[in-house]
Design a protein around this ligand. Structure first.
Ligand code: SAM
Ligand code: SF4
Ligand code: SF4
Length: 365
């Protein structure tokens, strides 16, 4: 039964509506299925669309270590989220591979269980710069899925995008190490900015079609107005339909069905059998109606939308003498149940009404 059509039950302890399939619903009847966990607000890149150097230079003050949730606190939130019907935990950042002892956290999260009694689907998004050295340890610790960001194949363009002179070859080395470590169907994310790196889209498509036997899935992300510091302009958004037409003119494409509810990407396959690609069209085709995601910042704030101005601070509950598991679960349930976010559907109005938005490297994308 689809979670959106399942009948509702009243669970008095949590004080919120849940459907008979265990899913907790928000005010738009969207189930909570995904928790993105940011492990740090730091990053070794300065991507212009996320952490522009002009704003995040040497004087920028990152979160002090003492404010970061420790692994036990992260696992506590993960455990209670899973108890409320979440199935996927995605680790992100900043750059999550900068977090010391990451494999130990992955081991702790892999030992948790969903409502169905299965291990959670554990995923991680990385810029790939440190992957070559860590891929085996992450896999052995229990990480299931990997997404690697790569915005160009041409070194000059990529180095301009990451703004720290990081070479493409090292990210490709990380991808190959991840494949050897046993990760399957690795996703590669390219953020497309018209006039900046859109000329790289076909080269990346060709690279991932022709190599790796179709095992790596390239996804194109529309440049989003995340945070308030990336100089976002609608003119720099290349709508997915236009980009897809460019790609299909060279290699014909056919649509694929979604693999699960709440999927962010529209999937397409090459008709010649060279694998699939995806388009994440947050600007041109908002998908808020299916949004099953919440985001936990490294310092313990829960955001119910990528574009929300503020989160719900869980740290007092996690660190206070009073807070027990039931209180934390109740708080998470109440936050999700009260959610009605749909920023992308209302972008034009909300950009004016709600000018403050948390930064992407804080929320984790
Ligand atoms: N540092 C890791 C990385 O880059 O993969 C994880 C964190 S990053 C914030 C997560 C994802 O958000 C990346 O795929 C990145 O390209 C994407 N992203 C960041 N800023 C964006 C923006 N303004 N528009 C669209 N995607 C963005
Ligand atoms: Fe760092 Fe990822 Fe943001 Fe780039 S997109 S600056 S790699 S957090
Ligand atoms: Fe979800 Fe907010 Fe993005 Fe809409 S804008 S899909 S509600 S995170």
């Amino acid at each position: 039964m689809d979670a959106r059509t399942a009948p509702l039950l009243w669970i008095p302890r949590a004080g919120v509506a849940r459907s008979t399939d265990g899913a907790l619903r928000d005010r738009r009847q969207r189930p909570w299925r995904d928790l993105r966990i940011s492990l740090t607000d730091r990053c070794n890149f300065r991507c212009s669309y996320c952490m522009p150097r002009s704003r995040f230079g040497p004087g920028h003050r990152f979160l002090p270590q003492a404010q970061l949730l420790n692994f036990e606190e992260i696992a506590q939130v993960g455990r209670q989220a899973l108890a409320l019907g979440v199935r996927t935990l995605r680790l992100t950042g900043g750059e999550p591979l900068l977090r010391r002892d990451l494999a130990r956290l992955i081991g702790q999260l892999a030992a948790l269980r969903t409502l169905e009694g299965t291990p959670p689907d554990l995923a991680l998004t990385t810029n790939g710069s440190l992957l070559a050295d860590q891929a085996v340890a992450l896999r052995e610790a229990g990480l299931n899925r990997l997404t690697v960001s790569l915005d160009a194949l041409d070194d000059a363009v990529f180095q301009r995008m990451n703004d720290v002179g990081f070479p493409v070859a090292e990210v490709l080395r990380g991808l190959e190490a991840a494949q050897r470590a046993g990760f399957e169907r690795i996703k590669v994310n390219m953020v497309v900015r018209r006039g900046v790196n859109d000329g790289e889209a076909l080269a990346l498509a060709e690279h991932f079609r022709e190599n790796y036997g179709g095992a790596l899935v390239l996804r194109f992300i529309e440049f989003m107005d995340a945070g308030c510091h990336n100089g976002w302009k609608m003119d720099e958004v290349l709508p997915s339909d236009e980009l897809r037409a460019r790609i299909a003119a060279r290699w014909p494409l056919l649509p694929l069905p979604a693999t699960r509810g709440g999927e962010t990407a529209q999937r397409w396959r090459y008709t010649d059998g060279a694998g699939e690609i995806g388009f994440i069209s947050s600007v041109s085709h908002a998908f808020c109606g299916d949004c099953t995601r919440a985001r936990l910042t490294a310092d313990g704030r829960l955001f119910t939308c990528l574009f929300a101005p503020q989160g719900h601070d869980l740290r007092p509950l996690l660190r206070g003498a009073q807070g027990g598991e039931a209180e934390l679960r109740g708080r998470l349930a109440a936050i999700w149940a009260g959610r009605s976010d749909a920023y992308s559907e209302q972008r034009e109005a909300l950009r004016l009404l709600q000018p403050e938005r948390a930064d992407m490297h804080v929320l984790g994308g």
